[in-house]
Design a protein around this ligand. Sequence first.
Ligand SMILES: NC(=O)c1ccc[n+]([C@@H]2O[C@H](COP(=O)([O-])OP(=O)(O)OC[C@H]3O[C@@H](n4cnc5c(N)ncnc54)[C@H](O)[C@@H]3O)[C@@H](O)[C@H]2O)c1
Length: 276
Amino acid sequence: MEHFEGRVAVITGGASGIGLGMARAFAGAGMKLVIGDLDDLALAAVDDELTRAGAKVVTRRCDVSQLSDIEALADQAVDTFGGVHVLCNNAGIGIPTPTHKLKLDDWKWIIDVDLWGPIYGVHVFLPLIEEQGEGHINATSSMAGLIAGNMMGAYNVAKHGVVALMATLERDLRGRNSPITASVLCPGPINTNISRHSVAFRPSQTKPKEDGATTGRVASNIQAILDKGMDPDEVGRMVLEAIGSDRFWILTHPRWTKAIQNMLDAMNEDQTLPQA
Ligand SMILES: NC(=O)c1ccc[n+]([C@@H]2O[C@H](COP(=O)([O-])OP(=O)(O)OC[C@H]3O[C@@H](n4cnc5c(N)ncnc54)[C@H](O)[C@@H]3O)[C@@H](O)[C@H]2O)c1
């Protein structure tokens, strides 16, 4: 996609972290913004910040795991700005739990948000974006979408699904010479509050009584790693740059792909699963 000025971008989970970084970068490039998120207070803060900075922005409470919420977000974008050019399926959560302890309700919650959210996004927004004759669909996966590490079963499954969704979309778009392009963001550690938010957003019926302390402690350990991670505003600028240059893969820590190479090597050699 060549031009950003005056184009309309929809960002889910855009009220904090990486999504907010995208919103700031896109606003800086002159785009109009539609931001959907579950967090009303954070939505009000981002609305205030970007409006003061001179951006045209509309925010809306939206749970990406609900098709009706995604449809309402699309209606809001069309009603406010007349159309959509860019969609970033970014909202996400994750709770570290070993497979033998992961409850079915948590599997469902995480896959509903992290995978069905982007599926609903593509389903609802692709026809709208194609109407514009130019545009782009991005989704935030993770390095967990390329390498399945321990403790993150549902998150790994969802994020692998997001990579597959976006790779298939990009191939299908190229197959019919669509002017729309697609990309997938696979971040390494980014300095956001995702672990704290995920613990807070976990549906009450899935909050475990007996292993809650353990889950909280593991989430705190992960959060401590993320606190030293890349600045999410830098990720936002990377996404803008990648959309402008029609790149499919957006990797914040490209050297981590060594782990993928190790896995491919092992497939060719002794068919073991190397350490992630
Ligand atoms: N932070 C990292 O290190 C990292 C690494 C790899 C991938 N990611 C991915 O980046 C994306 C953004 O995460 P982040 O790190 O910026 O975290 P974050 O918690 O700062 O931002 C996520 C946003 O999504 C919102 N959200 C959560 N559930 C939602 C729902 N059901 N519907 C709508 N909004 C919802 C939250 O309110 C929050 O504003 C996620 O998809 C995450 O999996 C993050």
